[in-house]
Write a protein that binds this ligand. Structure first.
Ligand code: SF4
Ligand code: SF4
Length: 145
């Protein structure tokens, strides 16, 4: 029998939807879109609500109120899923791909995403510490953790 996370995204309950997030924190980083290639370039500059130690939002319940441009993946269009990192569980399932074995749902450990070098835990700076003009200097390869 299939696991619940193998069901289509739009059939997941609210609780399942939240559990599908691997906790990598990549979507909370500033990013650019390359005008020529359309490639999404990630930086190590985090939203001001992001906690680089826990790798979590400091106020997830009020995130939309506190950060109006915080993304809501559940409302994404097909095109918007491409903004997410290739490792993101939502993007993988949208593309009907399996989750990686380091995903906490498969490993049984919340820390496995950090141990796999996928997450932004301990390797990001807050946007409050970076001049906007310097953002391009912070572009990273998200898989180089
Ligand atoms: S990139 Fe995807 S899996 Fe990672 S924290 Fe964001 S929503 Fe969760
Ligand atoms: S408000 Fe929270 S969930 Fe939204 S981008 Fe910022 S840290 Fe991430």
């Amino acid at each position: 029998m299939n696991e619940w996370w193998e069901k289509p995204l739009d059939s997941l309950s609210a609780e399942e939807w939240e559990q599908l997030c691997d906790g990598c924190g990549l979507c909370c980083m500033h990013k650019f879109e390359d005008e020529d290639s359309g490639e999404i370039l990630y930086t190590d500059v985090a939203c001001r609500l992001f906690d680089g130690n826990t790798c979590r939002c400091r106020d997830y319940a009020k995130r939309s109120e506190l950060v109006p441009d915080c993304i809501r993946i559940r409302h994404f269009t097909a095109e918007q899923f491409a903004w997410l990192p290739k490792t993101c569980a939502y993007r993988l399932r949208f593309e009907e791909q399996p989750l990686f074995d380091w995903h906490p749902l498969l490993s049984g450990h919340a820390d496995s995403v950090h141990a796999a070098g996928i997450s932004m835990q301990g390797r990001c700076v807050s946007e409050s510490e970076v001049d906007e003009d310097d953002l391009p200097l912070h572009i990273i390869d998200p898989s180089d953790g």
